[in-house]
Design a protein around this ligand. Structure first.
Ligand code: URA
Length: 194
């Protein structure tokens, strides 16, 4: 375990633990506030993320930023965002189990340094890896599970919401549920709190 963020990031940038290192443009380590109480976890970088070296910067990322904004959260301010795998799977295929396994230590180390109170998994792949392998995302998104003293919730992946905009109300509702949990357990005050 590396206890210093800079060293961790530098080591991760050089990673060759799996095949994905051969086809990546950039390692997508993560972005946000390292003191955040809320940690968002996606699946893996897509094309835009690979080119820019930052998670969720494509159309899905714009929608994610909008939903975050609706509950006073932002990657610049009070959350951290990373992915299960730090390098883009070719043609945006699902990351293979062995790639996820090879990459887990980076995420575990990020988690150990940030020590978030809440983890939000974006989409089934992240939720299955982090919350429980058999999670049914359509039924179980928006529900908090407690694991090792951390509150964990799955949300619909922003790309899935873009593919089916009828899911937008459900997706925004999950952010309201998150907001209530933040009010309950985090040291973060909303301006409309009485
Ligand atoms: N989808 C993800 O799961 N992560 C990203 O960073 C971008 C798209």
């Amino acid at each position: 375990m590396i206890d210093n963020w800079i060293d961790l990031e530098n080591e991760c940038m050089k990673c060759t633990k799996c095949e994905l290192c051969k086809t990546r443009t950039n390692v997508v380590f993560g972005v946000g506030n390292k003191n955040a109480e809320v940690f968002f976890i996606g699946e893996g970088p897509g094309e835009n993320e690979d080119l820019q070296g930052e998670p969720f910067v494509g159309r899905g990322g714009k929608l994610l930023d909008k939903m975050l904004f609706s509950v006073d959260l932002s990657r610049e301010k009070n959350i951290y965002i990373a992915n299960i795998v730090k390098c883009r799977p070719p043609k945006n295929r699902d990351p293979k189990p062995e790639e996820q396994l090879a990459c887990t230590d980076w995420l575990r180390n990020q988690f150990a340094i940030i020590k978030p109170k809440i983890v939000v998994c974006l989409g089934r792949i992240a939720a299955a890896k982090i919350i429980k392998p058999d999670i049914k995302i359509t039924k179980e998104h928006g529900i908090f599970f407690e694991k090792g003293g951390v509150q964990m919730m799955a949300m619909l992946h922003p790309a899935a919401v873009l593919r089916d905009p009828r899911k937008k109300p459900e997706a925004f509702r999950d952010f309201q549920i998150l907001r209530e949990k933040i009010k309950e357990i985090c040291n973060y005050t909303y301006s409309d709190d009485e």
